[in-house]
Design a protein around this ligand. Structure first.
Ligand code: NAD
Ligand code: TYD
Length: 352
């Protein structure tokens, strides 16, 4: 049995955060888990419906960009661990409106660091786990991999904001001795991902017979990791890494976007039993994303060797599970695309 701890998970109503909350609440019944989330368009408490009544879980709505609120939260709750996932996370949105990425990803992270610094005693085994992305490293050509040693070269406003937050976390570790660990992960996919990201967007558009927008010629490459494998890596690093450690995490699973889209078309044809006209007819090549990074790929041998982590869900299995989940949860999809999920908070939590 693990010792009692009180862990703050930020962004727990989002895609990856909801998987991390579910894992921590169910695997560690001795922990108290507080989920802090602003419930932006990307935050959805329906993602946590199955665990929300467990006694070691509580939800608090709040904005990490508000320094007074964050300081007061730490004063009241005395957390001894933070797993920080709250962020604005979509590159396309960061190109249209970068400011929210500065407020949440940079200022929000600094507010959390200030509060942790104010209330944590270095000897108490406290830990700040900052969740980041491989996009901070920039773009690869045809060859090579990102590692923990790769110099930063962020190229989108999203990547710049995450890189800045990574630097602040390390600076607080170096300057004030704040106990932290940091992970940079590749593209995640799986249940509960908001359908603005490639994989759920394609599934949802096929479902409705809408065009599938593929940027440029779909030749850009991403390294895909099933979200539960990322949650398992976070669990391991949070519990087992030494202070100040960084790990790059990836699926060793590179695909061109067009090939991911074609795989999804084939799976959806099969699942929906549509004969004769493949979903591929919906593929529509559209203008490229400005500054579109060509290729991301991760060398994750450090976490594999030091902590024994390895992904367990291969891409075909992960895509099958993902498509099945979305087709079994069309109500969830309809709620997030119509905005109806916003009423869930009012029903469940308002006035508590
Ligand atoms: P998401 O957009 O699905 O969820 C983000 C969550 O943060 C939402 O619940 C949102 O309501 C909350 N949030 C946003 N602003 C907030 C604020 N000011 N205060 C409190 N809560 C706020 O994101 P995701 O895809 O689950 O990503 C989670 C984290 O993992 C992010 O830090 C992201 O940079 C990182 N990451 C994501 C991927 C990926 O492929 N999705 C890969 C590597 C790293
Ligand atoms: P996305 O899921 O937005 O993740 P990221 O930009 O963080 O890698 O996009 C994955 C890839 O798919 C990326 O190369 C952009 C591309 N893409 C499209 O071609 N069409 C789309 O509609 C979207 C959302 C993404």
């Amino acid at each position: 049995m693990q010792a009692e701890r009180h862990i703050l998970i930020t962004g727990g109503a989002g895609f990856i955060g909801s998987h991390v909350v579910r894992r921590m609440v169910t695997r560690y019944p001795n922990y108290r888990i507080t989920n802090l989330d602003k419930l932006t368009y990307a935050g959805n408490l329906e993602n946590l419906r199955d665990i929300e009544t467990l006694p070691n879980y509580q939800f608090i709505r709040g904005d990490i960009a508000d320094p007074v609120f964050v300081m007061e939260l730490f004063r009241t709750h005395r957390f001894d661990g933070v797993i920080h996932l709250a962020a604005e996370s979509h590159v396309d949105r960061s190109i249209i409106a970068p400011d929210d990425f500065v407020y949440t990803n940079i200022i929000g992270t600094v507010n959390l660091l200030n509060a942790a610094r104010a209330f944590w005693n270095k000897d108490q085994g406290c830990r700040f786990h900052h969740i980041s992305t491989d996009e901070v490293f920039g773009s690869l050509g045809e060859a090579g991999y990102f590692t923990e040693q790769t110099p930063y070269d962020p190229r989108s406003p999203y990547a710049a904001s995450k890189a800045s937050s990574d630097f602040f976390v390390r600076a607080y570790g170096h300057t004030y001795g704040l106990p932290y660990v940091l992970t940079n992960c590749s593209n995640n996919y799986g249940p509960y991902q908001f359908p603005e990201k490639l994989i759920p967007l394609v599934i949802n558009n096929i479902r409705h017979g809408r065009p599938i927008p593929v940027y440029a010629q779909g030749q850009n490459v991403r390294d895909w990791l099933y979200v539960e494998d990322h949650a398992a890596a976070i669990d391991l690093v949070f519990h087992r890494a030494v202070n100040g450690a960084t790990y790059t995490i990836g699926g060793n699973n590179e695909w061109r976007n067009i090939d991911v889209v074609r795989k999804l078309c084939a799976l959806m044809d099969q699942k929906l039993g549509r004969r004769g006209e493949s979903a591929e007819r919906l593929i529509t090549f559209v203008a490229d994303r400005p500054g579109h990074d060509y290729r991301y790929a991760i060398n994750s041998s450090k976490i594999r060797q030091e902590l024994g982590w390895a992904p367990v869900v291969d891409f075909d299995e992960g895509l099958r599970r993902t498509v099945d989940w979305y087709l079994d949860h069309t109500e969830w999809l309809d709620h997030v695309t119509s905005g109806a999920y916003r009423t869930y908070y009012e029903r469940m939590y308002a006035g508590r």
